[in-house]
Design a protein around this ligand. Structure first.
Ligand code: UD1
Length: 337
């Protein structure tokens, strides 16, 4: 069985669908502080199979101990964590406690239970500014601009150290670029609390009428149309990368890092135009100043994931927008609506 922490969240829920579809037994532990139990009901509906759900914080050692005692866990996929960049600047201790302590407790309890296979939800945010594009797994990391980024950096370091000490450990660090889109059923998708910070959910809420106008954070970057360029990846493709990573950790030892993106950059205006096309709605936008900490262009070199994991993305920007729009129209207020 696979233990999935944070399985009720955006990427976790899409991964759970594919795990169930592939025949894995799944135990989810999620505190629901930033997600809804309803997403797991829908995961089971899509897959036509059941998973086990434990509502708890991953820092709760007794709960984890019970889970490892009760279920035959072979592998862990660790998604749980706080992920809002701005909030992490305002509440650093909450971020360090939640993200670092949860990983420590989880690894200690895995170790006690003799579980050695681990897939970690990392982020392209660990790369330093100033790298050449595309980013490769050995591009320089660190000098993070916010506590959220540092927590990912530190968690990666903890896992690398553990693999050095324990030759039986098998760890894959997946560095996500910009996950967007939704399951094509429209039953599960991204449901941010409050006003979204990320581009796609913001655009999608403008399209559905929940928000009035998008602010484009700068149009004077050195990019083809002056707006920021990012490597957006369909969440269903990203979820599949976890299945590949799980296969990999079951047959290898040590720590391997993989970028998970498409290898292509799209600008803010590319996203706006794509979304307008698939939704048939106009997305009003105005140009604002640059957002602090933003880079002009970020995209991945995906050759390692392709050659080692056999992972390649299937979906393009238009499909990402179409599926995000489908989810948004079926669930205009998210899971609670
Ligand atoms: C952000 C985080 C990153 C995190 C990732 C998760 C920052 C600085 N970085 O990356 O750590 O891992 O999300 O997906 O927050 N944009 C607008 N208007 C908006 C929102 C965004 O123009 O209202 C632009 C941004 O300037 C950027 C692009 O859209 O050029 C993408 O922004 P966003 O979705 O926030 O992702 P990142 O900044 O790449």
């Amino acid at each position: 069985m696979v233990l999935v922490t944070g399985g009720a969240g955006f990427i976790g829920s899409h991964t759970c669908v594919q795990l169930l579809e592939k025949g894995y037994g799944v135990v989810v532990v999620d505190s629901l502080v930033n997600s809804h139990g309803e997403s797991l009901e829908r995961v089971m509906r899509i897959a036509g199979k059941k998973l086990c759900f434990v509502e708890a914080d991953v820092r709760d050692r007794a709960v984890l101990r019970d889970i490892f005692a009760k279920y035959e866990i072979d592998s862990v996929i660790h998604f749980a964590g706080l992920k809002a960049v701005g909030e992490s600047v305002a509440k650093p201790l909450e971020y360090y406690s939640c993200n670092i302590d949860s990983t420590l407790v989880l690894l200690e309890e895995m170790n006690a239970a003799g579980v050695k296979n681990f897939v970690f939800s990392s982020s392209a945010t660990v790369y330093s500014a100033g790298n050449e594009m595309p980013l490769k797994e050995n591009s320089s990391t660190g000098n993070c601009t916010n506590p959220y980024g540092w927590t990912k950096f530190m968690q990666e370091q903890m896992l690398k150290s553990l693999c050095t000490a324990d030759s039986e450990m098998s760890v894959v660090l997946l560095r996500y670029f910009n996950p967007v889109g939704a399951h094509q059923s429209g039953l599960i998708g991204e449901d941010p609390q409050g006003v979204p910070n990320n581009l796609l959910p913001y655009v999608s809420q403008v399209a559905v009428g929940r928000l009035k106008c998008l602010t484009v954070h700068g149009d004077d970057y050195d990019t083809p149309d002056g707006t920021g360029v990012r490597d957006y990846i369909h969440v269903v493709d990203l979820a599949r990368a976890h299945i590949c990573a799980l296969d990999y950790v079951s047959s290898h030892k040590g720590c391997e890092i993989f970028n998970v993106g498409t290898g292509h950059g799209s600008s803010v205006l590319d996203v706006v135009h794509s979304f307008e096309k698939v939704s048939g709605r106009k997305i009003p936008y105005k140009i604002g100043p640059r957002r602090a900490g933003d880079l002009a262009t970020v995209y991945s070199d995906v050759s390692k994931a392709k050659s080692v994991l056999g992972f390649e993305t299937e979906y393009d920007l238009e499909k990402m927008c179409a599926d995000a729009w489908h989810w948004q129209t079926l669930n205009p207020a998210g899971y609670v609506g």
